[in-house]
Design a protein around this ligand. Structure first.
Ligand SMILES: CC1=C(CCC(=O)O)c2cc3nc(cc4[nH]c(cc5[nH]c(cc1n2)c(C)c5CCC(=O)O)c(CCC(=O)O)c4C)C(CCC(=O)O)=C3C
Ligand SMILES: [Fe+2]
Length: 384
């Protein structure tokens, strides 16, 4: 536990004078949907048919993604936890793909006189999409503002909290959510003693998966490590061994391009064919119930399960659960201690080491063959 003396606690986050809560962003109203999708997909070769389909997902929810309100809730929860520990650290929210944009967040940081900020990204796992793309976006935005020096120096200095998939707080919150999921399955008339636990995350192209493993475990191996831990803790809590799998959702890109499989809908069909009648879906790849969860799982996968005669429930995401939020503030204090050059025990669970806070050369490129040529902050290779 951190010290309760305000004096000592304040110094715990030195050298940082602000926290950037850094997320994906999503549309707030129907008119935002197409411009948002253009921002997300600029130059990424996603077929128009897929974009129209994804646009319909958003229109089906009134043209509004739940993600922005969820990020505001996380921001409020972080502010409360930071204040409860006697720490004085303002939290600024910014997104890669929608307002408030990265540039808006930097404006806000400047207005408050921040000189060194720590970024907390709303992706627990690392791959191009969850790690490097955020660091590139920071560098590109600073560059546009004329605030990125040729030596990598920046107007405001940014550090990043490590990818936190194997932090005890994130894993604990997922265990709690899945245990509740089994209880909800029983309440829905399912058989919790027989239910299979299907973990779900966002699919990525095989090329991105391969490039995610430079200097550390790949994106899918990070998930498998967490899934093993959650399944073991859930088995212990329920008093019987729970069988589990890892499946993927939200694939896009042209059909010719291989992405991580199995798709969750195909996997449910395979399970049904093998006689599975009860399933708990756990979206361990996502930190809140945003559109990929609300549409791809709650709408699509649950309908697939129903058609197949499977009784299925979707377990919660970590959201603003206390162990998760407390874990994030612990991570913040850990990152600050590292920045001060102190040796700290980086808390982890499972078989993988703590993800590096300053990423190794070539970390999380989009593809191996194709160095992006885009600078990325918080890395050893600023100019890769
Ligand atoms: C790994 C990963 C995460 C998890 C980590 C994290 O949470 O960051 C994630 C999260 C999210 N993805 C989101 C939305 C979209 N992602 C898209 C496209 C893509 N995602 C990819 C990967 C990921 N995405 C990839 C490889 C693409 C292909 C294009 C590209 O190479 O970049 C597209 C384009 C259309 C489509 O293809 O679906 C949309 C609309 C939203 C917002 C939801 C909301 O609005 O509530 C969130 C949180
Ligand atoms: Fe995505």
């Amino acid at each position: 536990m951190p010290s309760t003396s305000p004096q000592a606690a304040v110094s715990d986050v030195a050298p940082y004078d602000a926290l950037l809560l850094y997320s994906f962003g999503g549309p707030d109203k129907p008119e935002d949907v197409v411009p948002f999708l253009r921002n997300v997909t600029a130059g990424k070769g996603i077929p128009d048919s897929r974009l129209e389909e994804v646009g319909e997902h958003y229109y089906g929810f009134g043209g509004k993604s739940p993600i922005n309100e969820q990020n505001l809730a996380l921001k409020a929860a972080l502010e409360a936890e930071i204040a409860a520990r006697g720490i004085d650290l303002p939290v600024v929210w910014g997104n890669r793909n929608w307002a408030p944009y990265t540039n808006d967040a930097i404006d806000e940081l400047e207005a408050m006189g921040a000189r060194r900020a720590v970024a907390l990204v709303t992706s627990a796992y690392s791959s191009y999409s969850g790690c490097r793309q955020y660091r590139e976006d920071l560098a590109l935005t600073l560059d546009k503002r004329g605030q990125l020096g040729p030596d990598g120096s920046t107007g405001i200095q940014f550090d990043k909290v490590r990818s936190y998939f194997n932090h005890p707080g994130f894993v604990r919150a997922n265990v709690d959510a899945v245990v509740e999921g089994f209880a909800n399955l029983a309440e829905a008339g399912g058989d919790a003693a027989k239910a299979r636990l299907v973990f779900v995350t966002h699919s990525i192209p095989d090329t991105m998966e391969a490039a995610s493993g430079v200097g550390h475990a790949t994106y899918s191996d990070q998930h498998r490590s967490v899934a093993r831990l959650v399944a073991a803790a859930v088995s212990e809590s329920l008093g019987h061994d729970v069988g589990w799998d890892l499946a993927f959702c939200s694939r896009s890109g042209p059909p010719s391009q291989p992405w991580l499989e199995p798709d969750v809908n195909d996997h449910l069909a395979a399970l049904a064919a093998d006689g599975t009648t009860d399933v708990v879906l756990s979206p361990i790849g996502f930190v809140s119930d945003h559109m990929e969860v609300a549409y791809d799982l709650d709408t699509e996968a649950l309908a697939t399960a129903k058609e197949l005669g499977i009784t299925a429930v979707r377990a919660g995401t970590v959201g603003t659960r206390a162990p998760f939020v407390q874990g994030l503030v612990d991570l913040l204090l850990e990152r600050a201690a590292l920045a001060r050059g102190e040796s700290v025990a980086e808390a982890t669970v499972g078989d993988l080491p703590a993800f590096p806070s300053v990423t190794p050369p070539g970390c999380c490129l989009r593809r191996h063959e194709e160095p992006s040529g885009i600078p990325a902050l918080c890395s050893e290779d600023m100019h890769q």
